[in-house]
Design a binder for this molecule. Structure first.
Ligand code: NAD
Ligand code: LMR
Length: 340
Protein backbone atom coordinates (compact mmCIF):
# COMPACT_ATOMS: atom_id res chain seq x y z
CA UNK A 1 0.00 0.00 0.00
CA UNK A 2 0.95 3.67 -0.19
CA UNK A 3 1.61 3.53 3.51
CA UNK A 4 4.10 0.76 3.42
CA UNK A 5 5.85 2.18 0.40
CA UNK A 6 6.39 5.28 2.48
CA UNK A 7 4.50 7.99 0.62
CA UNK A 8 3.38 10.87 2.81
CA UNK A 9 1.34 13.94 1.98
CA UNK A 10 2.67 16.10 4.80
CA UNK A 11 6.23 16.63 5.95
CA UNK A 12 5.17 16.22 9.59
CA UNK A 13 3.94 12.72 8.89
CA UNK A 14 7.24 10.91 9.12
CA UNK A 15 7.04 7.19 8.89
CA UNK A 16 7.29 5.39 12.15
CA UNK A 17 8.29 1.82 12.71
CA UNK A 18 6.08 -0.30 14.96
CA UNK A 19 7.09 -3.43 16.81
CA UNK A 20 4.83 -5.23 14.39
CA UNK A 21 7.32 -4.13 11.70
CA UNK A 22 4.69 -2.20 9.74
CA UNK A 23 5.23 1.49 9.08
CA UNK A 24 2.49 3.96 9.86
CA UNK A 25 2.60 7.74 9.62
CA UNK A 26 2.90 9.88 12.75
CA UNK A 27 -0.55 11.05 13.81
CA UNK A 28 -1.50 13.49 16.54
CA UNK A 29 -4.93 13.23 18.12
CA UNK A 30 -6.26 15.93 20.47
CA UNK A 31 -9.19 15.42 22.83
CA UNK A 32 -10.93 18.61 24.02
CA UNK A 33 -12.84 17.85 27.22
CA UNK A 34 -10.46 14.99 28.02
CA UNK A 35 -11.05 14.96 31.79
CA UNK A 36 -14.80 14.39 31.46
CA UNK A 37 -16.99 11.31 31.58
CA UNK A 38 -16.40 10.58 27.88
CA UNK A 39 -12.98 12.17 27.66
CA UNK A 40 -11.26 9.85 30.14
CA UNK A 41 -12.22 6.46 28.69
CA UNK A 42 -11.80 7.91 25.20
CA UNK A 43 -8.27 8.98 26.13
CA UNK A 44 -7.55 5.41 27.22
CA UNK A 45 -8.96 3.94 24.01
CA UNK A 46 -6.93 6.36 21.87
CA UNK A 47 -3.82 5.50 23.92
CA UNK A 48 -4.16 1.86 22.91
CA UNK A 49 -4.76 2.71 19.24
CA UNK A 50 -1.53 1.90 17.35
CA UNK A 51 -2.32 4.56 14.71
CA UNK A 52 -1.86 7.33 17.28
CA UNK A 53 1.67 8.60 17.91
CA UNK A 54 0.81 11.75 19.91
CA UNK A 55 -2.15 12.10 22.21
CA UNK A 56 -2.93 15.58 23.54
CA UNK A 57 -5.45 15.76 26.37
CA UNK A 58 -7.01 19.18 26.96
CA UNK A 59 -9.59 20.33 29.48
CA UNK A 60 -10.26 23.37 31.64
CA UNK A 61 -9.36 21.27 34.71
CA UNK A 62 -8.04 17.84 35.69
CA UNK A 63 -5.92 16.96 32.66
CA UNK A 64 -2.52 16.62 34.39
CA UNK A 65 -3.89 13.69 36.39
CA UNK A 66 -5.64 12.03 33.47
CA UNK A 67 -2.54 12.44 31.27
CA UNK A 68 -0.17 11.06 33.94
CA UNK A 69 -2.47 8.09 34.47
CA UNK A 70 -3.02 7.23 30.80
CA UNK A 71 0.65 7.84 29.94
CA UNK A 72 1.70 4.79 32.00
CA UNK A 73 -0.04 2.43 29.59
CA UNK A 74 2.74 0.67 27.67
CA UNK A 75 1.70 1.52 24.14
CA UNK A 76 3.54 3.52 21.52
CA UNK A 77 1.90 6.95 21.75
CA UNK A 78 3.27 9.91 23.71
CA UNK A 79 0.68 11.52 25.98
CA UNK A 80 0.62 15.14 27.10
CA UNK A 81 -1.90 16.98 29.26
CA UNK A 82 -2.92 20.60 28.70
CA UNK A 83 -5.04 22.64 31.10
CA UNK A 84 -6.64 26.06 30.69
CA UNK A 85 -7.07 28.28 27.68
CA UNK A 86 -3.47 29.45 27.53
CA UNK A 87 -2.43 25.83 26.78
CA UNK A 88 -5.11 25.18 24.17
CA UNK A 89 -2.90 26.25 21.25
CA UNK A 90 -0.15 23.81 22.22
CA UNK A 91 -2.72 21.01 22.59
CA UNK A 92 -3.97 21.66 19.06
CA UNK A 93 -0.78 22.49 17.15
CA UNK A 94 -0.01 19.83 14.52
CA UNK A 95 -3.12 17.82 15.28
CA UNK A 96 -4.50 15.49 12.60
CA UNK A 97 -7.75 14.63 14.39
CA UNK A 98 -9.46 16.73 17.07
CA UNK A 99 -12.22 15.06 19.08
CA UNK A 100 -14.60 17.33 21.02
CA UNK A 101 -16.53 15.82 23.94
CA UNK A 102 -16.41 19.13 25.89
CA UNK A 103 -19.64 20.40 27.37
CA UNK A 104 -22.42 19.57 29.79
CA UNK A 105 -24.44 16.34 29.59
CA UNK A 106 -28.20 15.86 30.08
CA UNK A 107 -30.05 15.10 33.29
CA UNK A 108 -33.40 13.25 33.34
CA UNK A 109 -36.20 15.32 31.83
CA UNK A 110 -33.90 17.34 29.56
CA UNK A 111 -33.66 17.21 25.78
CA UNK A 112 -30.32 17.55 24.03
CA UNK A 113 -31.45 20.96 22.85
CA UNK A 114 -31.67 22.05 26.51
CA UNK A 115 -27.84 21.88 26.46
CA UNK A 116 -27.62 24.40 23.62
CA UNK A 117 -27.19 27.53 25.75
CA UNK A 118 -24.02 26.23 27.43
CA UNK A 119 -22.53 23.93 24.81
CA UNK A 120 -22.97 26.20 21.78
CA UNK A 121 -20.55 28.72 23.30
CA UNK A 122 -18.06 26.02 24.33
CA UNK A 123 -17.99 24.48 20.84
CA UNK A 124 -17.72 27.89 19.25
CA UNK A 125 -14.72 28.94 21.32
CA UNK A 126 -12.95 25.61 20.79
CA UNK A 127 -13.53 25.82 17.03
CA UNK A 128 -12.09 29.34 16.91
CA UNK A 129 -8.91 27.85 18.40
CA UNK A 130 -8.95 24.91 15.96
CA UNK A 131 -9.19 27.36 13.03
CA UNK A 132 -6.14 29.15 14.41
CA UNK A 133 -3.88 26.28 15.49
CA UNK A 134 -4.77 23.25 13.33
CA UNK A 135 -7.01 24.39 10.46
CA UNK A 136 -6.39 21.19 8.51
CA UNK A 137 -7.40 18.74 11.24
CA UNK A 138 -10.39 16.44 10.95
CA UNK A 139 -12.84 17.60 13.63
CA UNK A 140 -15.08 15.04 15.38
CA UNK A 141 -17.87 16.84 17.27
CA UNK A 142 -19.43 14.84 20.10
CA UNK A 143 -20.82 17.74 22.21
CA UNK A 144 -24.61 17.98 22.13
CA UNK A 145 -26.86 19.01 20.58
CA UNK A 146 -24.85 17.60 17.65
CA UNK A 147 -27.62 18.64 15.23
CA UNK A 148 -26.74 22.28 16.06
CA UNK A 149 -23.11 22.16 17.24
CA UNK A 150 -21.86 20.90 13.85
CA UNK A 151 -23.51 23.81 11.94
CA UNK A 152 -22.00 26.15 14.59
CA UNK A 153 -18.54 24.68 13.95
CA UNK A 154 -19.03 25.09 10.19
CA UNK A 155 -19.98 28.76 10.60
CA UNK A 156 -16.97 29.44 12.84
CA UNK A 157 -14.64 27.85 10.29
CA UNK A 158 -16.29 29.79 7.44
CA UNK A 159 -15.78 33.04 9.31
CA UNK A 160 -12.13 32.14 9.88
CA UNK A 161 -11.72 31.20 6.21
CA UNK A 162 -10.69 27.63 7.04
CA UNK A 163 -13.91 25.70 6.40
CA UNK A 164 -13.50 22.44 4.52
CA UNK A 165 -16.71 20.42 4.51
CA UNK A 166 -14.67 17.24 4.10
CA UNK A 167 -13.13 17.73 7.53
CA UNK A 168 -16.08 18.36 9.82
CA UNK A 169 -17.99 15.45 11.36
CA UNK A 170 -20.77 15.08 13.89
CA UNK A 171 -20.19 11.80 15.71
CA UNK A 172 -23.32 9.64 15.42
CA UNK A 173 -21.51 6.32 15.77
CA UNK A 174 -23.22 5.61 19.10
CA UNK A 175 -26.56 5.41 17.28
CA UNK A 176 -25.06 2.79 14.97
CA UNK A 177 -23.52 0.92 17.91
CA UNK A 178 -26.91 0.83 19.65
CA UNK A 179 -28.84 -0.18 16.53
CA UNK A 180 -26.42 -3.08 15.99
CA UNK A 181 -26.66 -4.24 19.61
CA UNK A 182 -30.46 -4.03 19.84
CA UNK A 183 -30.99 -5.66 16.43
CA UNK A 184 -28.63 -8.55 17.11
CA UNK A 185 -30.33 -9.33 20.41
CA UNK A 186 -33.82 -9.24 18.91
CA UNK A 187 -33.01 -11.09 15.68
CA UNK A 188 -30.69 -13.54 17.47
CA UNK A 189 -27.84 -13.02 15.03
CA UNK A 190 -24.15 -12.65 16.00
CA UNK A 191 -23.67 -9.03 17.04
CA UNK A 192 -20.17 -8.84 15.58
CA UNK A 193 -21.56 -9.48 12.09
CA UNK A 194 -24.40 -6.95 12.18
CA UNK A 195 -24.33 -3.74 10.14
CA UNK A 196 -27.08 -1.11 10.28
CA UNK A 197 -26.86 2.35 8.73
CA UNK A 198 -28.36 5.12 10.87
CA UNK A 199 -29.16 8.37 9.07
CA UNK A 200 -30.62 11.82 9.80
CA UNK A 201 -29.36 13.50 12.95
CA UNK A 202 -28.59 12.76 16.59
CA UNK A 203 -31.67 13.53 18.69
CA UNK A 204 -35.01 11.76 19.13
CA UNK A 205 -36.87 11.15 15.88
CA UNK A 206 -34.05 12.68 13.83
CA UNK A 207 -32.18 9.42 14.54
CA UNK A 208 -33.37 7.10 11.76
CA UNK A 209 -31.97 3.55 11.74
CA UNK A 210 -32.41 1.84 8.37
CA UNK A 211 -33.16 -1.67 9.58
CA UNK A 212 -34.40 -2.62 6.08
CA UNK A 213 -30.72 -2.44 5.02
CA UNK A 214 -29.37 -4.49 7.92
CA UNK A 215 -26.93 -7.25 7.19
CA UNK A 216 -27.09 -10.14 7.82
CA UNK A 217 -30.80 -10.10 6.96
CA UNK A 218 -33.19 -11.66 9.40
CA UNK A 219 -36.62 -12.75 8.29
CA UNK A 220 -38.00 -13.38 11.73
CA UNK A 221 -38.71 -9.75 12.68
CA UNK A 222 -42.22 -8.31 12.32
CA UNK A 223 -43.08 -4.70 11.45
CA UNK A 224 -43.86 -4.19 15.14
CA UNK A 225 -40.40 -5.51 16.07
CA UNK A 226 -38.77 -3.07 13.64
CA UNK A 227 -40.82 -0.18 15.02
CA UNK A 228 -39.85 -1.10 18.58
CA UNK A 229 -36.16 -1.38 17.59
CA UNK A 230 -36.37 2.01 15.88
CA UNK A 231 -37.90 3.63 18.94
CA UNK A 232 -35.34 2.02 21.28
CA UNK A 233 -32.47 3.28 19.10
CA UNK A 234 -33.99 6.79 19.04
CA UNK A 235 -34.42 6.74 22.83
CA UNK A 236 -31.11 4.99 23.61
CA UNK A 237 -29.52 8.15 25.02
CA UNK A 238 -32.54 8.82 27.24
CA UNK A 239 -32.48 5.21 28.47
CA UNK A 240 -28.94 5.82 29.80
CA UNK A 241 -29.73 9.32 31.15
CA UNK A 242 -32.63 7.89 33.17
CA UNK A 243 -30.62 4.90 34.43
CA UNK A 244 -27.83 7.25 35.57
CA UNK A 245 -30.50 9.28 37.40
CA UNK A 246 -28.81 12.69 37.39
CA UNK A 247 -25.21 11.51 37.06
CA UNK A 248 -24.91 12.33 33.36
CA UNK A 249 -25.41 10.51 30.08
CA UNK A 250 -23.67 7.78 28.09
CA UNK A 251 -19.91 7.94 28.62
CA UNK A 252 -18.46 4.43 28.26
CA UNK A 253 -20.44 3.37 25.18
CA UNK A 254 -19.82 6.86 23.77
CA UNK A 255 -16.09 6.58 24.34
CA UNK A 256 -16.19 3.24 22.51
CA UNK A 257 -18.17 4.78 19.64
CA UNK A 258 -15.93 7.86 19.53
CA UNK A 259 -12.85 5.65 19.39
CA UNK A 260 -14.30 3.66 16.48
CA UNK A 261 -15.04 6.85 14.57
CA UNK A 262 -11.64 8.44 15.25
CA UNK A 263 -9.96 5.20 14.21
CA UNK A 264 -11.91 5.29 10.94
CA UNK A 265 -10.74 8.89 10.37
CA UNK A 266 -7.11 7.87 10.99
CA UNK A 267 -7.40 4.87 8.68
CA UNK A 268 -8.83 7.13 5.98
CA UNK A 269 -6.00 9.63 6.43
CA UNK A 270 -3.50 6.77 6.22
CA UNK A 271 -4.91 5.65 2.89
CA UNK A 272 -6.72 2.49 3.98
CA UNK A 273 -9.32 1.82 1.26
CA UNK A 274 -13.09 1.48 1.73
CA UNK A 275 -13.42 2.96 5.19
CA UNK A 276 -17.12 3.71 5.57
CA UNK A 277 -18.92 5.01 8.67
CA UNK A 278 -22.12 6.95 9.27
CA UNK A 279 -21.55 10.59 10.24
CA UNK A 280 -23.41 13.91 10.38
CA UNK A 281 -21.74 16.03 7.70
CA UNK A 282 -22.45 18.79 5.20
CA UNK A 283 -24.59 16.99 2.70
CA UNK A 284 -26.65 17.32 -0.44
CA UNK A 285 -28.38 13.94 -0.34
CA UNK A 286 -31.52 15.61 1.04
CA UNK A 287 -32.60 19.26 0.99
CA UNK A 288 -31.06 19.71 4.47
CA UNK A 289 -27.53 21.21 4.54
CA UNK A 290 -26.34 18.80 7.25
CA UNK A 291 -27.37 15.20 7.38
CA UNK A 292 -25.99 11.93 8.70
CA UNK A 293 -25.45 9.08 6.29
CA UNK A 294 -22.74 6.66 5.31
CA UNK A 295 -19.58 8.47 4.27
CA UNK A 296 -16.43 7.08 2.73
CA UNK A 297 -13.33 8.36 4.52
CA UNK A 298 -10.00 9.01 2.88
CA UNK A 299 -6.85 11.09 2.86
CA UNK A 300 -8.82 14.36 2.81
CA UNK A 301 -11.52 13.33 5.26
CA UNK A 302 -14.87 12.75 3.54
CA UNK A 303 -14.15 11.26 0.12
CA UNK A 304 -17.80 10.64 -0.68
CA UNK A 305 -21.15 11.15 1.01
CA UNK A 306 -23.05 7.99 0.13
CA UNK A 307 -26.74 8.05 -0.73
CA UNK A 308 -29.55 6.69 1.41
CA UNK A 309 -30.16 3.54 -0.61
CA UNK A 310 -33.62 1.96 -0.88
CA UNK A 311 -35.91 2.77 2.07
CA UNK A 312 -38.95 0.89 3.37
CA UNK A 313 -42.26 2.81 3.56
CA UNK A 314 -41.80 3.09 7.33
CA UNK A 315 -38.33 4.60 6.84
CA UNK A 316 -39.59 6.96 4.13
CA UNK A 317 -42.22 8.20 6.56
CA UNK A 318 -39.59 8.58 9.31
CA UNK A 319 -37.38 10.56 6.94
CA UNK A 320 -40.13 13.07 6.11
CA UNK A 321 -41.06 13.39 9.80
CA UNK A 322 -37.52 14.16 10.94
CA UNK A 323 -36.81 16.90 8.40
CA UNK A 324 -38.61 19.83 10.12
CA UNK A 325 -36.94 19.02 13.48
CA UNK A 326 -33.49 18.69 12.01
CA UNK A 327 -33.93 21.81 9.87
CA UNK A 328 -34.88 23.86 12.95
CA UNK A 329 -31.82 22.61 14.89
CA UNK A 330 -29.51 23.44 11.98
CA UNK A 331 -30.99 26.93 11.65
CA UNK A 332 -30.69 27.51 15.40
CA UNK A 333 -26.97 26.71 15.23
CA UNK A 334 -26.36 28.93 12.21
CA UNK A 335 -28.27 31.81 13.81
CA UNK A 336 -26.27 31.48 17.05
CA UNK A 337 -22.98 31.57 15.16
CA UNK A 338 -24.05 34.60 13.13
CA UNK A 339 -25.27 36.58 16.16
CA UNK A 340 -22.53 35.85 18.65
P1 NAD B 1 -18.79 15.64 31.43
O1 NAD B 1 -19.43 16.80 32.14
O2 NAD B 1 -18.49 14.42 32.21
O3 NAD B 1 -17.44 16.10 30.74
C1 NAD B 1 -17.36 17.26 29.96
C2 NAD B 1 -15.96 17.82 30.09
O4 NAD B 1 -15.90 18.98 29.28
C3 NAD B 1 -15.59 18.24 31.52
O5 NAD B 1 -14.39 17.64 31.92
C4 NAD B 1 -15.44 19.75 31.42
O6 NAD B 1 -14.43 20.28 32.26
C5 NAD B 1 -15.07 19.90 29.96
N1 NAD B 1 -15.25 21.26 29.44
C6 NAD B 1 -16.23 22.16 29.70
N2 NAD B 1 -15.98 23.30 29.06
C7 NAD B 1 -14.83 23.12 28.36
C8 NAD B 1 -14.06 23.95 27.51
N3 NAD B 1 -14.41 25.20 27.24
N4 NAD B 1 -12.95 23.43 26.99
C9 NAD B 1 -12.58 22.15 27.25
N5 NAD B 1 -13.26 21.34 28.05
C10 NAD B 1 -14.37 21.82 28.60
O7 NAD B 1 -19.75 15.31 30.18
P2 NAD B 1 -19.70 13.99 29.25
O8 NAD B 1 -20.58 12.95 29.82
O9 NAD B 1 -18.29 13.67 28.93
O10 NAD B 1 -20.43 14.56 27.93
C11 NAD B 1 -19.85 15.56 27.15
C12 NAD B 1 -20.76 15.96 26.00
O11 NAD B 1 -20.93 14.87 25.08
C13 NAD B 1 -22.17 16.37 26.40
O12 NAD B 1 -22.57 17.51 25.68
C14 NAD B 1 -23.03 15.17 26.01
O13 NAD B 1 -24.37 15.52 25.75
C15 NAD B 1 -22.31 14.74 24.75
N6 NAD B 1 -22.58 13.37 24.30
C16 NAD B 1 -22.70 13.14 22.96
C17 NAD B 1 -22.92 11.87 22.48
C18 NAD B 1 -23.04 11.61 21.01
O14 NAD B 1 -23.48 10.53 20.63
N7 NAD B 1 -22.62 12.50 20.15
C19 NAD B 1 -23.01 10.80 23.39
C20 NAD B 1 -22.87 11.04 24.73
C21 NAD B 1 -22.66 12.34 25.20
C1 LMR C 1 -26.51 9.80 23.68
O1 LMR C 1 -27.11 9.52 22.64
O2 LMR C 1 -26.28 8.96 24.56
C2 LMR C 1 -25.98 11.20 23.86
O3 LMR C 1 -26.43 12.04 22.86
C3 LMR C 1 -26.21 11.75 25.24
C4 LMR C 1 -27.64 12.06 25.52
O4 LMR C 1 -27.90 13.16 26.01
O5 LMR C 1 -28.51 11.22 25.28
Amino acid sequence: SALRSGSSSSPSHFLRRCYCSESVPERKVTILGAAGGIGQPLALLMKINPLVSNLALYDIAGTPGVAADVSHVNTISQVAGFMGEDQLGKALEGSDVVIIPAGVPRKPGMTRDDLFNINAGIVKSLCIAIAKYCPNALVNVISNPVNSTVPIAAEVFKKAGTFDEKKLFGVTTLDVVRAKTFYAAKAKVPVSEVNVPVVGGHAGITILPLFSQTTPKSNNLSDEDIQALTKRTQDGGTEVVEAKAGKGSATLSMAYAGAIFADACLKGLNGVPEVVECSYVQSSITELPFFSSKVRLGKNGVEEVLGLGPLSDYEKEGLEKLKPDLKASIEKGIKFAAQS
